[in-house]
Design a protein around this ligand. Structure first.
Ligand SMILES: Cc1ncc(COP(=O)(O)O)c(C=O)c1O
Length: 385
């Protein structure tokens, strides 16, 4: 086919095939164990699947309300009250989205205008910067500080300008497994008070937190909550990443703007799944036990690779563990990740892809949301290096 028109100028010229697609394809090609992409390789609850089935059979197969089913928004409001003692109105402050990704894109689109600056902490989940750039906004990058990947708040103060529209935070953090503390939240509160800065808080791993740490949601801090979009994902909580279901919370004035975009982006999301999740959420143990469930997987993975040449700081949250391979090779992480897949049979994600310009890292991200058998097989290969 001839190119038409051949004057197209990409709006995202730097974006190519994502590393997740590349590493998964490489893993398939070389029959490697795939710890690269972040998804569980075990089944979701049969009860939840039966509920979706039930609502499909009952005929709940047409458009849902734009903002999401009321019963689901009510269940979320109740959950927020129980977990964080905070009250969000199901009518005006909660919207059901097609995963956390759509919630993030929508919040950025609703808020960021041409020339606005948005602070992002790197390494960063990959969907923030493209969404900002598509609005003509400018990502302003700050590196998290090794080895525990904490935020240097003095640096944040230095980079805030008249143009700063938004700060994006993510806790528990992908890819580092770092968790923000109450002291971090207080700093954020202090720095943003008396400004018009909006916060986008990506809390999709809220339940996946270890070693007795507590998730610090921005929603718990009234001075932060009043300026925040808070994003969650049912995919992470119920082992259903392929369903792409999540939600966003924000005070009514911010949520009005969010919904103005949401209704023309997707209008609404999957009806039978919303019915099913609203019912399934009554079982609080399912999400309350998630931290312990994944802590066991983290501990198992770490114990299994103890004898290897990889070094690490144990993840405090999320289902990712960074491993440092400096004792094995001085190659760039992109090159080593490919070699590890091809020659040693384990696929991971090089940490540098979560930065806009860092090349000097020797860290790989491994997803431990896998069956014990998969983790054992992967660890055996890693220990053999
Ligand atoms: C930090 C972070 N935010 C958002 C998302 C997107 O969530 P969803 O799959 O619900 O769109 C992910 C998924 O990997 C993530 O790791």
């Amino acid at each position: 086919m001839p190119n038409f028109p051949n004057v197209i100028k990409s709006k995202l010229p730097k974006v190519g095939t994502t590393i997740f697609t590349i590493m998964s394809a490489l893993a398939n090609e070389h029959k490697a164990i795939n710890l690269s992409q972040g998804f569980p390789n075990f089944e979701t609850s049969p009860e939840l699947i039966s509920l979706v089935n039930k609502f499909m059979k009952k005929g709940f197969n047409q458009y849902a309300p734009m903002q999401g089913l009321l019963s689901l928004r009510e269940a979320i409001a109740e959950k927020m009250l129980g977990l964080y003692s905070v009250s969000y109105s199901p009518d005006t402050e909660i919207t059901i989205t097609a995963g956390g990704t759509q919630a993030i894109y929508t919040a950025i689109t609703a808020m960021v205008k041409e020339g606005d600056e948005v602070i992002i902490f790197e390494p960063a989940y990959d969907c923030y910067a493209p969404a900002i750039e598509l609005q003509g906004g400018i990502p302003v990058y700050i590196s998290l500080k090794s080895p525990d990947f904490h935020i240097d708040w003095e640096e944040v103060k230095r980079v805030i300008s008249q143009k700063t529209k938004m700060i994006i935070i993510n806790t528990p953090h992908n890819p580092t497994g770092a968790v923000m503390t109450a002291a971090d939240m207080k700093q954020l509160e202090k720095i943003t008070s008396n400004t018009d800065i909006v916060i986008l808080s990506d809390e999709v791993y809220e339940h996946i937190i270890f070693d007795g740490l507590k998730h610090e949601s921005v929603s718990k801090y009234p001075k932060l909550a009043e300026r925040s979009f808070v994003v969650y994902s049912f995919g992470k909580t119920y082992h259903t990443t392929g369903w792409k279901m999540g939600y966003c919370l924000a005070p009514a004035n911010l949520m009005t703007e969010f919904r103005r975009v949401h209704q023309f982006l997707v209008f609404c999301v999957n009806t039978p799944i919303q019915h099913a999740v609203a019912e399934y959420m009554k079982n609080k143990d399912e999400y309350l036990n998630l931290g312990a469930f994944y802590q066991e997987k983290r501990d198992r993975f770490i114990a299994l690779i103890k004898g290897s040449k990889f070094t690490y700081v144990p993840a405090s949250g999320s289902y990712f563990q960074l491993l440092d391979y400096s004792k094995i090779s001085k190659e760039k992480d992109t090159e080593y990740a490919i070699r590890l897949t091809k020659e040693n049979g384990v696929a991971s994600v090089p940490n540098s892809v979560f930065y806009h310009n860092r090349l000097d890292l020797h860290l790989l991200r491994f997803c431990f949301a896998k069956t014990d058998e998969t983790l054992e097989q992967a660890a055996e290969k890693l220990c053999a290096i």
